[in-house]
Design a protein around this ligand. Structure first.
Ligand SMILES: Nc1ncnc2c1ncn2[C@@H]1O[C@H](COP(=O)(O)OP(=O)(O)O)[C@@H](O)[C@H]1O
Ligand SMILES: [Mg+2]
Length: 254
């Protein structure tokens, strides 16, 4: 469904993405693994046109989206992509219900009378009861906030969901619940999922395919099984979370 070809992204002198080549198959979950600062968020921001690419192509259903200049066409494309921000980014001044329907107002012409039904349906999809809709985001736990953010993404019925570190900052049990939810949504809705993560446990559980991003390139692409069996010392070190190996943490440099 999505083909990334020779994608480059530089910020000034800094080559964050050097030559990224990756195919994202329809209806599957692809995890993008990589250390902090390896360019994972940059990659998905390029995918949804939030960042301009420095080179290469991103083909969606065969069309290069990096060449789209029309705002109308770009908006139509973005509507097909749901982006779950790393920070969740709920609006504190709005109720949960208003947060869930926020995108509907701007991106669709769904009539307002349908909102209560949609709020109930999308909250149910993420395992929350309808009465949560009245609450304010400040009254929610971290895990519930993630779920409400996800319900807001689901409200516009995207074909592709991009999750930016959905389990970061959550305790292990809540992380596992979110992983189950990602699996569940794939099964129920048939969505294509792209999950950025450095949570190995979650990646092995949810991924159909994993891509390992390192120094601006995809170092290894394969199934979770391929990752478990790999001899690549960089990938092995990351998978086992060891401080000993070829990956030297640049603790002081950045
Ligand atoms: N808008 C920006 N301007 C300049 N540098 C940026 C910008 N966004 C990201 N970077 C840099 O690009 C690198 C990768 O960032 P990011 O994609 O956020 O990494 P990750 O999500 O893998 O932790 C970092 O070194 C970061 O400082
Ligand atoms: Mg990031």
């Amino acid at each position: 469904m999505i083909e990334i070809k020779h994608l480059q992204k530089t910020f000034g002198e800094k080559h964050v993405l050097k030559d990224v080549n990756l195919n994202i198959p329809k209806g599957k979950t692809t995890c993008i693994l990589g250390g902090s600062g390896s360019g994972k968020s940059t990659l998905i921001k390029c995918l949804i046109g939030l960042l301009e690419v420095s080179g290469g192509q991103i083909l969606v259903d065969g069309r290069d989206i990096t060449k789209i200049t029309s705002e109308v066409k770009l908006a139509a494309l973005r509507r097909r992509f749901g982006y779950l921000f790393q920070e969740g980014a709920l609006f504190d001044s709005m109720s949960v219900g208003q947060n869930v329907t926020f995108g509907l107002k701007y991106l669709t012409d769904v009539p307002e009378k349908d909102y209560p039904k949609i709020i109930k349906e999308k909250l149910a999809l993420v395992g929350l009861r309808e009465d949560v809709a009245k609450l304010n985001p400040s009254e929610l736990s971290g895990g519930m906030k993630k779920r409400v953010s996800l319900a807001r993404v689901l409200a516009v019925e995207p074909e592709v969901i991009l999750y930016d570190e959905p389990t970061t900052g959550l305790d292990p049990i809540m992380s596992d619940i979110i992983s189950d939810l990602i699996i569940d949504l794939k099964a129920k809705l048939g969505v294509t999922s792209i999950v950025i993560t450095h949570d190995m446990h979650s990646a092995f559980k949810i991924a159909d395919y994993i891509a390992f991003l390192y120094e601006g390139n995809i170092l290894l692409y394969g199934t979770p099984e391929d990752f478990r069996k790999t001899d690549n010392p960089y990938v092995k070190q990351f998978v086992t979370g060891s401080s000993h190996g070829p990956i030297q943490m640049k603790l002081m440099k950045e």
